[in-house]
Design a protein around this ligand. Structure first.
Ligand code: COA
Length: 178
């Protein structure tokens, strides 16, 4: 098994099929908490199986494991089908509720960025909510800049929600010749 990052009690590696129950549990916590996604209904296992199948190869999914338990995951997602945006990935990151604020998200995001560089992505973009304080803190300290905010972009539980776009150039893009 390839370890992408290992520090103290935390091991970051690629998601494997055996992790999917835990990955789904963590995602469904994120849905229930209403701070990370506009999804409102818990997803069934078939959803995460499809997700896993589409997160092989270039669009990696990483798991953070602590004392044998999956405590978080992060993934690169396609940003656009247009070839001009081939070097741009979107990201998702979710930490198990009980482990948030304990230093999982920071190395997990860093490991995902390293993986993105290895896969020749030039940039990561993300969509987040201005009221997601932990997400904002993680992204800002990791070097993401605010591109702008779509006002009242989504609807959740009957409320209109602002959606903020953030981005980070990964470095190699500075020198890309096209
Ligand atoms: C956002 C999330 C991924 C961050 O992961 P995490 O493991 O909690 O992050 P870390 O423990 O590495 O902390 C990252 C920074 O955020 C800060 N932070 C953590 N929780 C916080 C909170 N509730 N409010 C404010 N800041 C917070 C930490 O202090 C740290 O900053 P510091 O290094 O300056 O002290 C995690 O909280 C999470 O899964 N939230 C629910 C899902 C989600 O919002 N995903 C992102 C969707 S855009």
């Amino acid at each position: 098994m390839q370890k992408i990052h290992s520090e103290a009690s935390l091991c970051i590696r690629f998601v494997q099929a055996k992790d999917l129950e835990a990955v789904l549990h963590i995602y469904n916590q994120g849905i229930a908490d209403r701070i990370a996604t506009l999804e409102t209904e818990a997803k069934p296992f078939s959803y995460i199986e499809d997700w896993f199948n589409s997160h092989q190869g270039r669009y990696a999914a990483l798991a953070a494991e602590r004392h044998g338990e999956i405590v978080g995951w992060a993934a690169l997602n396609p940003y656009s089908q247009r070839c001009a945006y081939d070097g741009v990935a979107d990201l998702s990151i979710y930490v198990r509720r009980e482990h948030r604020g304990t230093g999982v998200g920071t190395p997990l995001l860093s490991a995902l960025e390293e993986q993105a560089r290895r896969q020749d992505f030039r940039k990561i973009v993300l969509f987040t909510f201005p009221f997601n304080e932990a997400g904002q803190r993680l992204y800002r300290k990791s070097g993401y800049r605010i591109v702008g905010t779509f006002e009242k972009q989504g609807v959740q539980d009957g409320r209109e929600i602002d959606v903020m776009i953030m981005e980070k150039r990964l470095g190699s893009g500075e020198d890309v010749q096209v």
